[in-house]
Design a binder for this molecule. Structure first.
Ligand code: PHE
Length: 341
């Protein structure tokens, strides 16, 4: 039996060395090591041997199996690389095929809009002033003339932290106080961009997290005419020279008088459509003359200084500019949406 095995081994090894294609190799494997292959069948015969013959034969058949497997792997590698070389030299390289498209990163639509807003206010002499996202109740409300229990607090549903009095800012207006306390008694012209947070139901028009860009101008004899002129100029630069604007009276505790500014609907040009709810107008910001109490809280004497402030939502503006119908797209991280900008 062992002699027969050794003979088979020598024969199979020789046949393996002569197998020079994948097809030949497959056939060889089937014959030698496959389920019904020669060596496999031999292994199964161990049981029929006498107890004395069994150990030596068993050992040898395993050795042969291992060596043949090893030799098969080496031969496969040789055949494969030879076949690859042959294909490469046979088929010429087609240089007319287009290359693989590179994936390019791009800016988020909120970032694009923010940068456009920064550029416009920068051209008008406003500097960027950054303040914190986590605020105190004092800065977010009290110093802005919104005492505890004042019904106006209902305008800003708030995320509280476990530390009493520490909250996530509901608007960028607390930055007004920080800026005033830093620059007082100098005149101020700043914009205050950043994330705001409101504990609100998420819908197509409102998110719990969104950007705002606040603006603040403080100085001598600043009037409502300055506020209107500056904001109308901003709207023209942002939305186009011939875009109509209008102001509507409103209420904010930290400005007096207060207003909201609308621009003519960008999508229907004022004719009325779903986006402007058939009014022809779109609201883009809240604004007003800084309340004397707020000026005083910032360190300025309201009999000497005056100022105006405004707050706009860049995502809302981006929605109007790009015709985005659902604010939830901004933070959903869906590439199909983000790739369009
Ligand atoms: N802070 C106001 C809001 O979030 C917007 C605003 C800012 C209004 C400054 C007037 C002046 O609704």
């Amino acid at each position: 039996m062992i002699d027969q095995l050794n003979e088979d081994y020598a024969r199979l090894l020789e046949a393996l060395n002569e197998a020079n294609s994948s097809a030949e190799l497959d056939a060889w494997y089937k014959e030698a090591l496959g389920r019904k292959g020669h060596i496999t069948l031999m292994t199964r015969q161990v049981g029929q041997l006498s107890p004395e013959e069994r150990p030596a034969f068993g050992r040898r058949v395993n050795e042969v199996k291992k060596e043949l497997e090893h030799a098969y792997r080496a031969q496969s590698a040789r055949v494969q690389s030879a076949e690859l070389l042959a294909t490469i030299s046979r088929d010429s390289l087609d240089v007319t095929l287009p290359g693989r498209r590179q994936w390019r990163g791009r800016l988020h639509p909120a970032t694009l809009t923010l940068r456009e807003i920064y550029r416009i206010w920068g051209d008008m002499g406003f500097q960027i002033y950054r303040s914190r996202d986590v605020e105190t109740d004092e800065y977010n409300f009290e110093l802005l003339n919104i005492p505890e229990d004042h019904p106006a607090r209902d305008m800003w549903d708030t995320f509280h932290t476990t530390t009493p009095g520490v909250i996530l800012r509901t608007h960028t207006s607390p930055g007004q106080i920080h800026a005033m306390r830093e620059y007082c008694p100098e005149p101020i012209r700043v914009i205050l961009p950043g994330m705001c947070f409101r504990y609100e139901q998420i819908t197509a028009r409102s998110e719990i997290q969104f950007n705002q860009v606040e603006g603040l101008a403080v100085g001598h004899s600043i009037t409502m005419a300055d506020l209107k002129g500056t904001l109308v100029d901003f709207a023209k630069r942002m939305f186009g020279e011939h875009r109509k604007t209008r102001f509507r009276a409103n209420y904010f505790p930290f400005t007096e008088p207060s207003a909201e500014m609308d621009v003519e609907c960008l999508l229907c040009g004022g004719d009325g459509c779903q986006v402007c709810k058939y009014t022809g107008w779109l609201e883009i910001l809240g604004c007003g003359m800084v309340h004397p109490t707020v000026l005083r809280n910032g360190g300025y004497d309201p009999t000497v200084f005056s100022g105006f402030a405004f707050g706009m939502g860049p995502e809302r503006i981006a929605m109007l500019k790009f015709g985005i119908e659902d604010i939830r797209n901004f933070w959903a991280n869906d590439l199909r949406f983000l790739k369009q900008f």
